[in-house]
Design a protein around this ligand. Sequence first.
Ligand code: MN3
Length: 255
Amino acid sequence: MKQKHFIFISVICLVLVSCNNKKLTEVVEVPLPSKEEKMLIGSPEDVKADDGTFKMVALPYSYEALAPNIDALTMELHYSKHYLTYTNNLNKAIAGTELDQLSIEEVLKKLDVSNADLRNNAGGYYNHSLFWENMASKPAAKPKDSLAVAINRDFGSFEGFRTQFEDAASKQFGSGWAWLVTDKAGKLQITSTANQDNPLMSNAVIKGTPILALDVWEHAYYLNYQYKRKKYIDAFFNVINWKKVGERYDEAIKN
Ligand code: MN3
């Protein structure tokens, strides 16, 4: 009986040893992570702001979705660091003030622009929330329906609009944003603002409801495009979610 056990255990050991040896000699083909993948932290769903009135808008696509127009690492840093910080700082700045219960649009219209903390963080929160939503992975190349009609009416053609918008984005000195806005009559205008200001704020030169936003801060493009802002602006036109922008336009002229 004992001998049988010994033989049985020996056979098991032999099998285990041979399996182990096989593993050691096998070559498993696993692609090495790219430099970019090594640096990635995670997925947008894992990013959580601290408790507060304003919540982060969920990124409607993955960090990689807009590449090569906007690279994954830029998207990740932009969403999980910059946007998260604006959201948390807005919630801290607004807590306990009389603006706490208003929508972000109302906050922007009513805030005192001499309050730099609230102005920068409310602007940063709103501008980025809009920016994420007005991009998509494989969007239509041009607007349709009522927005297409309005663009032709107010800029002569889509190309006329694009030239003016790219010009505003290129010429914004330093950090800021380029905008397509609409007034109550539905008239479209292009403008740009410095830092995290936007066309809803009381100090805006051209006021209106933003329907398209482009971040021209260096953090939005420097990793991929370095100082070549114009290349980034051109690439942005490959990822504009015209369907969403059109919906925002229809919503804006209804109100
Ligand atoms: Mn930004």
